[in-house]
Design a protein around this ligand. Sequence first.
Ligand code: FE2
Length: 217
Amino acid sequence: MAIGDTLTRVIDSARRGAFGETDEDEAATAGRSGTAPEAAPDAIALLEADHANVKRLFEQVLGDGSGSIASERKTIEKILEELTLHAKLEETHFYPAVQKKSKRDTEDRERVLEAVEEHAAMKDLMRRIKRSTGRDETLRAKVQVLKEIVEHHVAEEEGELFPEARRLLGEKQLRALGAEFAKIKARAAGGPRAASATRKRGTSAGPAPARRRAAKG
Ligand SMILES: [Fe+2]
């Protein structure tokens, strides 16, 4: 089977399986307007901001171990939440857009396939971390391994996939995707009201304010 067909199947199954994608999500993925509001953030800048945010949260939880168990658990929950949303944005919007623009049997497609497989490994470990309760002495080890998977994934995306995606998609499409990401992030942070407020005042290239506040806490 051609690598292009395999890629389509892997992305489709990732999209439907791990995140319980709804018909509405699928429609959004298939039928985005392609408009690129001037003020819309660049999609890659948003994804890189997510990477930086998660890196900071990992450092917080795996630092000197001086935090309480409760605050450690809270930070771990935040990491899982951030990574879940980030992977969803990439799998339902970003990777399919790159896939559409890349030629069959090229390195670009292989990079996306690899990224999807890394997400699968990441999500498998995230499920095990979620199941961990009480004073689990393996919890920090699991979080450390998750950090290493994420670091590898980030290095490949920022070093290879993102520069290629920037070339393939161009500024207009990256801003259209960025606008979509900002809406989804706002909804995740505070429900429909937050999404509507974001639309009214435009968007900025960083986590939504509510998410920034939560990340600091
Ligand atoms: Fe990423």
